[in-house]
Write a protein that binds this ligand. Structure first.
Ligand code: RP5
Length: 166
């Protein structure tokens, strides 16, 4: 499977949350690789990874970071390929700080920013897959099937919910 998505973590401490991106990409059948690259502690390594990813055919970058979460913006500054930012919880505002740091990009350098934390990490994978599916009919069919599965799970929960009361 080709590596379509490069996932970058600002710190190894981000891995437990960002694994949700990896497992969701696995479920959707999208190839990925993950690296630790800090916008602040290893700026050169971050640029090197983006350059290498582009040269090797990576099509989308997913960046997860907390606190002063500049990783997604730093990557977006280096590429015109889509960059998806996952703000991570923690810090004085428990992720609101990372959300604003990730989403408030200047015009012309977008970061598609998803929700804070694990739900966002999962949605980063979904969004990446949806972008890739524009040129991949088999992936588009897998996404449709996964959505059908979600729909059926909710309908089944509604059928089996104990909703009676005295
Ligand atoms: C951010 O600072 C990282 O993305 C992480 O979410 C946060 C804390 O990093 P560590 O101090 O745990 O390495 O740059």
């Amino acid at each position: 499977m080709s590596t379509d998505v490069m996932i970058l973590l600002g710190s190894p401490s981000d891995w437990p949350t960002m694994q949700a991106t990896c497992t969701t990409l696995d479920e959707l059948g999208v190839g990925w690789e993950a690296h630790v690259a800090s916008a602040h502690r290893t700026p050169e390594h971050t640029v090197d990874l983006v350059r290498r990813g582009e040269a090797e055919g990576v099509r989308i970058f997913v960046c997860g970071a907390g606190l002063a979460a500049h990783l997604a913006g730093a990557v977006a500054a280096q590429t015109t390929r889509p960059v998806i930012g996952v703000p991570l919880p923690g810090g004085i505002a428990d992720g609101l700080d990372a959300l604003l740091s990730t989403v408030q990009m200047p015009g012309g350098i977008p970061v598609a920013t998803v929700a804070v934390g694990k739900a966002g990490a999962r949605n980063a994978a979904w969004l990446a897959a949806e972008i890739l599916a524009l040129s991949d009919d088999a992936l588009a069919a897998r996404l449709e099937a996964a959505r059908r599965g979600q729909r059926e799970a909710v309908l089944e929960a509604d059928r089996t919910l104990d909703r009676s009361g005295s």
